[in-house]
Design a protein around this ligand. Structure first.
Ligand code: PGA
Ligand code: MG
Length: 253
Protein backbone atom coordinates (compact mmCIF):
# COMPACT_ATOMS: atom_id res chain seq x y z
CA UNK A 1 0.00 0.00 0.00
CA UNK A 2 2.59 2.45 1.10
CA UNK A 3 4.74 1.57 -1.94
CA UNK A 4 1.76 2.45 -4.19
CA UNK A 5 1.36 5.79 -2.44
CA UNK A 6 5.07 6.39 -2.73
CA UNK A 7 4.96 5.44 -6.38
CA UNK A 8 2.08 7.86 -6.91
CA UNK A 9 3.83 10.65 -5.17
CA UNK A 10 6.97 10.04 -7.25
CA UNK A 11 4.84 10.30 -10.40
CA UNK A 12 3.21 13.47 -9.12
CA UNK A 13 6.57 14.88 -8.24
CA UNK A 14 7.91 14.02 -11.68
CA UNK A 15 4.90 15.46 -13.47
CA UNK A 16 5.15 18.51 -11.29
CA UNK A 17 8.75 19.11 -12.25
CA UNK A 18 8.03 18.46 -15.93
CA UNK A 19 4.93 20.63 -15.96
CA UNK A 20 6.07 23.51 -13.80
CA UNK A 21 7.85 25.50 -16.53
CA UNK A 22 4.92 24.93 -18.88
CA UNK A 23 2.20 25.57 -16.31
CA UNK A 24 3.92 28.87 -15.59
CA UNK A 25 3.40 29.77 -19.28
CA UNK A 26 -0.21 28.60 -19.31
CA UNK A 27 -1.09 30.52 -16.16
CA UNK A 28 0.45 33.73 -17.56
CA UNK A 29 -2.15 36.40 -18.06
CA UNK A 30 -1.63 39.69 -19.83
CA UNK A 31 -3.37 42.76 -18.46
CA UNK A 32 -3.94 44.76 -21.64
CA UNK A 33 -3.67 44.74 -25.42
CA UNK A 34 -2.02 47.24 -27.77
CA UNK A 35 -3.22 46.97 -31.33
CA UNK A 36 -1.97 48.59 -34.52
CA UNK A 37 -4.60 50.27 -36.71
CA UNK A 38 -3.78 50.20 -40.45
CA UNK A 39 -3.44 46.70 -41.86
CA UNK A 40 -4.45 45.12 -38.55
CA UNK A 41 -7.98 46.23 -37.61
CA UNK A 42 -8.78 47.44 -41.11
CA UNK A 43 -9.89 45.58 -44.24
CA UNK A 44 -7.67 45.30 -47.31
CA UNK A 45 -9.23 48.52 -48.68
CA UNK A 46 -8.36 50.30 -45.38
CA UNK A 47 -11.95 50.56 -44.13
CA UNK A 48 -12.31 49.76 -40.44
CA UNK A 49 -13.06 46.03 -40.01
CA UNK A 50 -16.37 45.88 -38.14
CA UNK A 51 -15.80 42.32 -36.90
CA UNK A 52 -12.58 43.46 -35.22
CA UNK A 53 -14.37 46.44 -33.67
CA UNK A 54 -17.15 44.21 -32.31
CA UNK A 55 -14.60 41.79 -30.87
CA UNK A 56 -12.57 44.60 -29.25
CA UNK A 57 -15.77 45.87 -27.57
CA UNK A 58 -16.37 42.44 -26.04
CA UNK A 59 -12.89 42.09 -24.49
CA UNK A 60 -12.46 42.17 -20.72
CA UNK A 61 -9.01 43.81 -20.75
CA UNK A 62 -8.15 47.42 -21.73
CA UNK A 63 -7.29 47.90 -25.41
CA UNK A 64 -5.07 50.75 -26.60
CA UNK A 65 -4.24 51.75 -30.18
CA UNK A 66 -0.76 52.30 -31.63
CA UNK A 67 -0.33 53.83 -35.07
CA UNK A 68 2.06 55.64 -37.35
CA UNK A 69 -0.75 58.01 -38.12
CA UNK A 70 -1.39 61.39 -36.46
CA UNK A 71 -2.80 61.84 -32.96
CA UNK A 72 -6.24 63.12 -34.05
CA UNK A 73 -6.67 60.04 -36.29
CA UNK A 74 -5.74 57.72 -33.40
CA UNK A 75 -7.99 59.47 -30.87
CA UNK A 76 -10.93 59.56 -33.28
CA UNK A 77 -10.48 55.86 -34.05
CA UNK A 78 -10.33 55.13 -30.32
CA UNK A 79 -13.54 57.10 -29.69
CA UNK A 80 -15.46 55.50 -32.56
CA UNK A 81 -14.37 51.99 -31.58
CA UNK A 82 -15.58 52.72 -28.04
CA UNK A 83 -12.20 52.87 -26.29
CA UNK A 84 -10.84 55.24 -23.66
CA UNK A 85 -8.52 57.47 -25.70
CA UNK A 86 -5.27 55.75 -24.71
CA UNK A 87 -3.21 55.89 -27.90
CA UNK A 88 0.33 55.88 -29.25
CA UNK A 89 0.49 57.90 -32.49
CA UNK A 90 3.18 59.06 -34.93
CA UNK A 91 5.13 55.83 -34.33
CA UNK A 92 5.61 56.62 -30.65
CA UNK A 93 6.16 60.37 -30.99
CA UNK A 94 2.74 61.31 -29.62
CA UNK A 95 0.94 59.65 -26.70
CA UNK A 96 -2.35 60.34 -24.93
CA UNK A 97 -3.90 58.34 -22.11
CA UNK A 98 -7.41 59.89 -21.99
CA UNK A 99 -9.54 62.23 -24.08
CA UNK A 100 -9.58 64.92 -21.38
CA UNK A 101 -5.79 65.05 -21.00
CA UNK A 102 -3.27 66.69 -23.31
CA UNK A 103 -0.87 64.47 -25.19
CA UNK A 104 2.90 64.30 -24.81
CA UNK A 105 4.99 64.98 -27.90
CA UNK A 106 8.64 64.09 -28.52
CA UNK A 107 11.00 66.88 -29.62
CA UNK A 108 12.06 64.99 -32.71
CA UNK A 109 10.69 66.88 -35.72
CA UNK A 110 13.74 69.10 -36.36
CA UNK A 111 16.11 66.20 -37.10
CA UNK A 112 13.49 64.67 -39.40
CA UNK A 113 13.13 67.99 -41.26
CA UNK A 114 16.91 68.11 -41.86
CA UNK A 115 16.82 64.59 -43.30
CA UNK A 116 13.78 65.53 -45.39
CA UNK A 117 15.60 68.57 -46.88
CA UNK A 118 18.58 66.38 -47.71
CA UNK A 119 16.42 63.69 -49.37
CA UNK A 120 14.42 66.33 -51.26
CA UNK A 121 17.58 67.15 -53.22
CA UNK A 122 17.39 63.63 -54.68
CA UNK A 123 13.68 62.79 -54.82
CA UNK A 124 10.32 64.44 -55.41
CA UNK A 125 8.76 63.84 -51.98
CA UNK A 126 5.20 64.49 -50.80
CA UNK A 127 4.50 64.96 -47.08
CA UNK A 128 1.30 63.51 -45.62
CA UNK A 129 -0.65 65.64 -43.10
CA UNK A 130 2.29 67.98 -42.38
CA UNK A 131 0.07 70.50 -40.57
CA UNK A 132 -1.05 67.91 -38.00
CA UNK A 133 2.11 65.81 -37.69
CA UNK A 134 4.24 67.13 -34.84
CA UNK A 135 7.11 64.69 -34.22
CA UNK A 136 8.01 62.99 -37.50
CA UNK A 137 7.41 63.16 -41.25
CA UNK A 138 5.25 60.79 -43.29
CA UNK A 139 5.74 60.55 -47.05
CA UNK A 140 3.75 59.19 -49.95
CA UNK A 141 5.20 55.83 -51.05
CA UNK A 142 6.15 56.90 -54.57
CA UNK A 143 9.96 57.04 -54.45
CA UNK A 144 12.82 54.52 -54.25
CA UNK A 145 12.98 53.73 -50.53
CA UNK A 146 16.09 51.54 -50.67
CA UNK A 147 18.00 54.25 -52.55
CA UNK A 148 16.80 56.84 -50.03
CA UNK A 149 17.90 54.63 -47.13
CA UNK A 150 21.40 54.19 -48.57
CA UNK A 151 21.70 57.93 -49.20
CA UNK A 152 20.63 58.61 -45.62
CA UNK A 153 23.33 56.24 -44.35
CA UNK A 154 25.99 58.54 -45.84
CA UNK A 155 24.78 61.31 -43.48
CA UNK A 156 24.78 61.75 -39.70
CA UNK A 157 21.09 62.25 -39.00
CA UNK A 158 19.68 60.34 -36.01
CA UNK A 159 16.72 59.27 -38.08
CA UNK A 160 15.52 56.16 -39.88
CA UNK A 161 12.86 55.39 -42.47
CA UNK A 162 10.08 52.88 -41.83
CA UNK A 163 7.61 51.58 -44.35
CA UNK A 164 4.17 50.78 -42.95
CA UNK A 165 2.82 49.89 -46.42
CA UNK A 166 0.60 52.98 -46.08
CA UNK A 167 3.34 55.59 -45.84
CA UNK A 168 7.09 55.89 -45.44
CA UNK A 169 7.99 57.63 -42.20
CA UNK A 170 11.13 59.60 -41.44
CA UNK A 171 11.41 59.23 -37.68
CA UNK A 172 13.92 59.68 -34.89
CA UNK A 173 15.90 56.53 -34.01
CA UNK A 174 15.04 57.28 -30.34
CA UNK A 175 11.31 57.08 -30.93
CA UNK A 176 9.22 54.08 -31.91
CA UNK A 177 6.01 52.30 -30.95
CA UNK A 178 8.00 50.43 -28.26
CA UNK A 179 9.12 53.64 -26.52
CA UNK A 180 5.58 55.01 -26.95
CA UNK A 181 4.09 51.88 -25.41
CA UNK A 182 6.44 52.10 -22.40
CA UNK A 183 5.35 55.70 -21.85
CA UNK A 184 1.64 54.90 -22.18
CA UNK A 185 1.92 51.81 -19.96
CA UNK A 186 3.49 53.92 -17.22
CA UNK A 187 0.65 56.46 -17.49
CA UNK A 188 -1.77 53.52 -17.02
CA UNK A 189 0.15 52.14 -14.01
CA UNK A 190 1.28 49.13 -16.04
CA UNK A 191 4.46 47.88 -17.69
CA UNK A 192 4.91 47.32 -21.41
CA UNK A 193 5.43 43.60 -20.67
CA UNK A 194 1.84 43.45 -19.34
CA UNK A 195 0.61 44.04 -22.90
CA UNK A 196 0.02 41.74 -25.83
CA UNK A 197 0.86 43.59 -29.06
CA UNK A 198 -0.88 42.91 -32.38
CA UNK A 199 0.41 44.37 -35.65
CA UNK A 200 1.27 44.00 -39.31
CA UNK A 201 4.47 45.79 -40.25
CA UNK A 202 8.02 46.87 -39.50
CA UNK A 203 6.88 49.91 -37.51
CA UNK A 204 5.38 47.42 -35.00
CA UNK A 205 8.63 45.47 -34.36
CA UNK A 206 9.86 47.59 -31.42
CA UNK A 207 6.37 47.41 -29.89
CA UNK A 208 6.53 43.59 -30.09
CA UNK A 209 9.94 43.68 -28.38
CA UNK A 210 8.62 45.89 -25.57
CA UNK A 211 5.38 43.94 -25.05
CA UNK A 212 5.07 40.57 -23.31
CA UNK A 213 3.71 38.76 -26.36
CA UNK A 214 3.41 39.69 -30.05
CA UNK A 215 0.89 38.52 -32.66
CA UNK A 216 1.31 39.32 -36.36
CA UNK A 217 -1.63 39.13 -38.74
CA UNK A 218 -1.10 36.98 -41.88
CA UNK A 219 -0.75 40.01 -44.18
CA UNK A 220 2.17 41.22 -42.04
CA UNK A 221 5.59 41.84 -43.58
CA UNK A 222 8.60 39.54 -43.00
CA UNK A 223 10.09 41.70 -40.24
CA UNK A 224 6.98 41.64 -38.04
CA UNK A 225 6.38 37.93 -38.61
CA UNK A 226 9.96 37.21 -37.50
CA UNK A 227 9.41 39.28 -34.35
CA UNK A 228 6.07 37.58 -33.54
CA UNK A 229 5.32 34.87 -30.98
CA UNK A 230 2.28 33.87 -33.02
CA UNK A 231 1.11 34.55 -36.60
CA UNK A 232 -2.58 34.32 -37.49
CA UNK A 233 -3.91 32.37 -40.47
CA UNK A 234 -6.32 35.14 -41.45
CA UNK A 235 -5.36 38.54 -42.81
CA UNK A 236 -6.29 42.13 -41.88
CA UNK A 237 -9.26 42.59 -39.49
CA UNK A 238 -10.18 38.91 -39.66
CA UNK A 239 -6.65 38.17 -38.48
CA UNK A 240 -7.10 40.56 -35.55
CA UNK A 241 -10.33 38.77 -34.56
CA UNK A 242 -8.40 35.47 -34.74
CA UNK A 243 -5.65 36.98 -32.55
CA UNK A 244 -8.15 38.06 -29.86
CA UNK A 245 -9.86 34.64 -29.96
CA UNK A 246 -6.47 32.91 -29.70
CA UNK A 247 -5.60 34.94 -26.59
CA UNK A 248 -8.96 34.08 -24.99
CA UNK A 249 -8.78 30.38 -25.88
CA UNK A 250 -5.27 30.05 -24.42
CA UNK A 251 -6.30 31.92 -21.27
CA UNK A 252 -3.67 34.58 -21.99
CA UNK A 253 -6.09 37.47 -21.29
O1 PGA B 1 0.14 55.74 -40.82
C1 PGA B 1 0.70 54.73 -41.27
O2 PGA B 1 1.69 54.81 -41.99
C2 PGA B 1 0.19 53.37 -40.90
O3 PGA B 1 -0.10 53.33 -39.58
P1 PGA B 1 -0.24 52.00 -38.70
O4 PGA B 1 0.90 52.05 -37.77
O5 PGA B 1 -1.58 52.20 -38.03
O6 PGA B 1 -0.24 50.79 -39.58
MG1 MG C 1 -0.04 48.72 -39.52
Amino acid sequence: MSSIINYGSIINYEWGSILSPLSHLFSMKFKAIVVDIDGTITCENRELHLGAVKKIRSLKVPVVLATGNIICYARTASKLIGLEGAVVAENGGAVTVRYDLNGTFEESLEECEKAFSFLSEHFQLTKLDPFYRKTEIALRRDFDLEKARSLLETQNFDVEMVDTKYAVHIKSTRVNKGSGLRKLAEMMGLEAKDFVAIGDSENDVEMFKAAGFGIAVANGDTKIKEAADYVTEASFGKGAVEAFEYLESKGLI
